[in-house]
Design a protein around this ligand. Structure first.
Ligand SMILES: NC(=O)c1ccc[n+]([C@@H]2O[C@H](COP(=O)([O-])OP(=O)(O)OC[C@H]3O[C@@H](n4cnc5c(N)ncnc54)[C@H](O)[C@@H]3O)[C@@H](O)[C@H]2O)c1
Length: 256
């Protein structure tokens, strides 16, 4: 069941789907869309609805119509069924932000098959699943904006993140290919590669590790989810309509 406060009459508003939108970077992206009052659909896979309900409340306060759905984006069949329902219900998808992601960090020597498979499926296969589920409808309407959330470690590498960095590098290659395939139909596909951002994902790291990361950042601080959201929103805006197949880094200068 889609859950939320959407009324169905405003057909001209953009329909925006954000995976991993319950908290962190995904929540900030949803809120960044506020000024244009779109219809927002948030996907998450949290054990409970606490964070997604909070996000819906924050969006509601900004008068953004929003719904949420708990869904495992690594399941092709579930994603396919979900987007069929979304397109049935809303008539279209204009913006897809593939933001859901997880880490299972450990050195390669200790990494088991499950750590590898789970991260590749949730971070990379999900991007294939969701993009494939919307691309036909976007091509038909000759308009679409897709932004995939990669990571600086997809280019730099990072000890303990062989699975994660491979998934994020995979997103960059996928982005460029789909950008070429979809460009003739007015669809742009880009990636945003955040650096070290203050969210639940990085909150679990020991203080010493966090400090050592911050020392590598020329701007001298962790990024905020809003820093990433700004780039995502801009890539989805009309003035950025000539930009496709790019990876935009938002990392305080950590990687240049
Ligand atoms: N925080 C950082 O420093 C950082 C840096 C670079 C890239 N990123 C990327 O940004 C994205 C968002 O990260 P964040 O820091 O906000 O993380 P977060 O842990 O705060 O939020 C992750 C979101 O993804 C959702 N999710 C996880 N598994 C899912 C699944 N199987 N199906 C559907 N949804 C699922 C969660 O429910 C949650 O909404 C991720 O792709 C992450 O890899 C984060």
């Amino acid at each position: 069941m889609l859950k939320g406060n959407v009324r169905m009459e405003a057909k001209d508003k953009r329909v925006v789907v954000i995976t991993g939108g319950s908290r962190g970077i995904g929540r900030a992206i949803a809120l960044r869309f506020a000024e244009e009052k779109p219809k927002v659909i948030i996907v998450h896979y949290d054990p409970d609805e606490k964070a997604s309900d909070e996000t819906l409340e924050l969006l509601g306060k900004k008068k953004i119509e929003a719904v949420s759905r708990k869904l495992d984006v690594s399941s092709w069949a579930d994603v396919d069924a979900f987007f069929k329902e979304v397109i049935d219900h809303f008539g279209k998808v204009d913006v897809l932000v593939n933001n859901a992601g997880i880490t299972r960090d450990t050195l390669l020597m200790r990494m088991n098959e499950k750590d590898w498979d789970t991260v590749i499926q949730v971070n990379l296969k999900s991007v294939f699943n969701c993009t494939q589920a919307v691309i036909r409808a976007m091509m038909k309407q000759r308009y679409g904006r897709i932004v995939n959330i990669s990571s600086v470690v997809g280019q730099m590498g990072n000890p303990g993140q062989a699975n994660y960095s491979a998934s994020k590098a995979g997103i960059m290659g996928f982005t460029k290919t789909v950008a070429r395939e979809a460009a003739p139909r007015g669809i742009t596909v880009n990636a945003v590669a955040p650096g070290f951002i203050d969210t639940e994902m990085t909150a679990v790291l020991p203080e010493k590790v966090r400090e050592s990361f911050v020392r590598q950042i020329p701007l001298g601080r962790m990024g905020a989810p809003e820093d990433v959201a700004e780039a995502v929103y801009w890539l989805c805006s009309e003035p950025a309509g000539y930009i496709t197949g790019q990876v935009i880094h938002v990392n305080g200068g950590m990687y240049m």
